[in-house]
Design a binder for this molecule. Sequence first.
Ligand code: HEC
Length: 413
Amino acid sequence: MMRIFATTTILALIMMVAVAASAGENQLAIEGFGKARSISASALLARNDLATIEISNDPAYMRTMTYAAVPFLALLPDTDLAAFDTLEIRATDGFVSQLPTTLFESARSGGATPWLAIEMPNSPWPKLPGKNISAGPFFLVWQHPARSRIGPEQWPYAIASIEAVASPIKRWPNMSVADDVPENAPERHGLVSFIKNCLACHKIDGAGKADVGPDLARPVAPTEYMTRKGLKQLIRDPASVRTWPDQKMQGFPADILPDDELDDLIAYISHIARRREMREVAHTISDKEIVVVRPTSAQSSKQRLRVFEGISGKTAGAEGISMIRVVIPPGGQAEAHYHKGYETAIYVLQGRVETRYGQQLKKSVVNEAGDFIFIPPDVPHQPRNLSSTEPAIAIVTRTDPNEQESVVTYQPK
Ligand code: HEC
């Protein structure tokens, strides 16, 4: 009895270990086509459409590679791919490709042919050049990539899941080009290039899923802190601009990103940067009321002038400015004074005025209707109406919302 019990326990244990091993096996999730499902590496390797394929110029290994692979399209549910915009392919290292379904469909009409390469547990692939991981467990590879202009960023490796989704610009309107940009404008071509070459690693203005590299528009876009020449050089060959051991981004040489496409891409990034700025400005604009002040009676000021108080902290809630209309009666003059720490700008509406100013009021200037006058802070001055029959009138603005508070009378010795 004891023996039998022991044997069953051991059997159960062995079975549990076996279950644990298959649960720990690499799984490929396929989502977004209705029912989500998950396929294990061994199930993929057991398929009867498994083939051995050779990939010359593999962009991940940078040499010719041979893989066990299944036709990629055969893995997707038997639905009309055209009903979906994009396949989002997530990798275990944070790389998230957004591949237009048209790329896959074109395989049926003479385009590049996609395969899902599967790493065999008993003969793992080598480590990727300069990396600590292989391209496994699953790797999207293309035969005849040039037929559909497949770029090196469109070969996601270390794949964890494949999901049918709406296009990036539908999901993240922040990354789209403004409606008023013409159909064939560089910004529009740049958007397509960005999705193809950059979005798998970079967000832009919060749009996207990847966090391998920094957001290219938030908080500030590289078009704003790098010269155009420097940015182009960085995209072509990052290590030629700056370099450190952990640098990750590979360059985009001209055969992958031709010069005109690079220009389009930069036009796109600066367009998104401008849109972001405009949005921020729109957020800070205010809906406060405009204030109208129509003074009917004059007051007497410290300078002993008749003053119509227009705009001030008191009348309009102004915080950094005041504006008054000053009348100097025929033959009259102000008390000598200065404005402590505030600037004054004056426009003479009527009459001729002599202003004595400076230390001991030794300097003098004569102004007439139509003149603008600027008086720096702390300069004593004393205006005098040169006419004995007509009043002189001026508009005075000051960088002080409480214009009388900073008036200091001045007594020349
Ligand atoms: C495989 C991932 C990957 C791809 C694809 C990629 N980048 Fe990068 N990029 C990075 C990483 C990571 C950094 C941070 C520096 C580093 O580690 O190399 C970076 C840095 C940058 C920087 C420097 C930002 C700064 O101020 O430091 C710019 C600009 C840039 N990338 C632009 C682009 C553009 C444009 C594309 C598309 C043509 C692109 N990148 C494609 C991963 C990538």
